[in-house]
Design a protein around this ligand. Structure first.
Ligand code: PBG
Length: 332
């Protein structure tokens, strides 16, 4: 590149006025880039604030439908639903995940009734909100989360969600081979247009704590998820995970957590040219909220700057608990 030299070149020239900054802006964040994760609770007319996620609540199914309408009004194209399964319905084998009338299926149907196809509904495929041990899969006598037996259950869970009306099923479990198994089952059971967004590069992260409070699995979980979720030290392995999930039939892939892993987003985007999403997870949200409350910076500016960074890194879209705030700030 043949760059002019100072003073012929002054990079500050194009930054000198708002109109010019707008004209030269490389990355534009819009409400359409956002997916809003929502937590469902039993009951009617219930709102339960999640203590470790200030500003985020669990909503009973009627409230979930109302939030979905809010998403539509704000221009947010998709919501992600997670259930806080009542303790009495959690078991070793997570069988409640297969109940066609479980909380998540009722939430999906309520959103569909309220919004038709105006909003995409993403559901999480993993057993942790349903198991009494808080692991994402079936656990053997040695305490190991088994792969192939778990995949068989995840397939049925995904079919259950698809039958309820989910548009995107998102396996967040990190078992090997689950994308292919789910894809084949969707094809064979009349759901050819249900998308799979694979949590392809999901790390064993310390940033998931508030989420586990929200779905009630935190207190149950003994040990960790390191035998299936990825080592935060690894990048090459993330690319292998992504390659596999694409080959197995994922429509889009996800990197999770978000900000500390934007290098992975960029590498995936450059290598594969597939839709890449990132999940700005609960701990990241809580850190921004705590930072803003402590006077570290302006909350709204922190939210828009971090979400813009995801897009600059190459994200097609971002799952964020800040989605409604960001959409409002962006004029949605
Ligand atoms: C469950 C799941 C988790 C998250 C999304 N799906 C937690 C975990 O793997 O323990 C985390 C989301 C967040 O922290 O916001 N498989």
């Amino acid at each position: 590149m043949n760059l002019a030299q100072y003073p012929h070149l002054r990079l500050r020239r194009t930054r000198s006025a708002a109109w010019s900054r707008a004209l030269h802006r490389e990355t534009v964040l819009t409400p359409a880039d956002l997916i809003w994760p929502l937590f469902a609770a039993e009951g009617r007319g219930v709102e339960e604030p999640v203590a470790s996620l200030p500003g985020v609540s669990r909503w009973s199914v009627d409230g979930i439908a109302a939030r979905a309408k809010e998403a539509v009004a704000l221009g947010i194209p998709c919501i992600a639903l997670f259930p806080n399964t009542p303790a009495g319905r959690r078991s070793d084998d997570g069988a409640e995940a297969l109940n066609p009338d479980n909380l998540i299926c009722r939430a999906v149907r309520a959103v569909r009734d309220a919004c038709g196809s105006d909003v995409g509904i993403l559901t999480d495929v993993a057993l942790d909100p349903y198991t009494s041990h808080g692991q994402d899969g079936l656990v053997d006598d040695a305490g190991y989360v088994t792969n192939d037996d778990t995949v068989a259950v995840l397939v049925d869970q995904a079919l259950n969600q698809a039958a309820a009306g989910a548009d995107i099923v998102a396996p967040s479990d990190m078992m090997d081979g689950r994308v292919r198994a789910i894809r084949m089952a969707l094809e064979m059971n009349g759901h050819p247009n249900v998308q799979i967004m694979a949590y392809a590069a999901k790390y064993a992260s310390a940033f998931y704590g508030p989420f586990r409070d929200a779905v009630g699995s935190g207190g149950l979980l003994k040990g960790d998820k390191k035998s299936y979720q990825m080592d935060p030290a690894n990048g090459e392995e993330a690319l292998r995970e992504v390659a596999l999930d694409i080959a197995e039939g994922a429509d889009s892939v996800m990197v999770k957590p978000g900000l500390p892993y934007l290098d992975i987003v960029r590498r995936v985007k450059e290598r594969f040219e597939v839709p890449v999403f990132a999940y700005q997870v609960s701990g990241e949200y809580a850190l921004i909220e705590a930072g803003a409350a402590a006077g570290v910076g302006d909350r709204e500016a922190l939210v828009l700057e971090t979400l813009t960074a995801f897009k600059r890194a190459g994200c097609t879209g971002v799952l964020s608990y800040h989605a409604p705030l960001a959409a409002r700030l962006l004029g949605g």
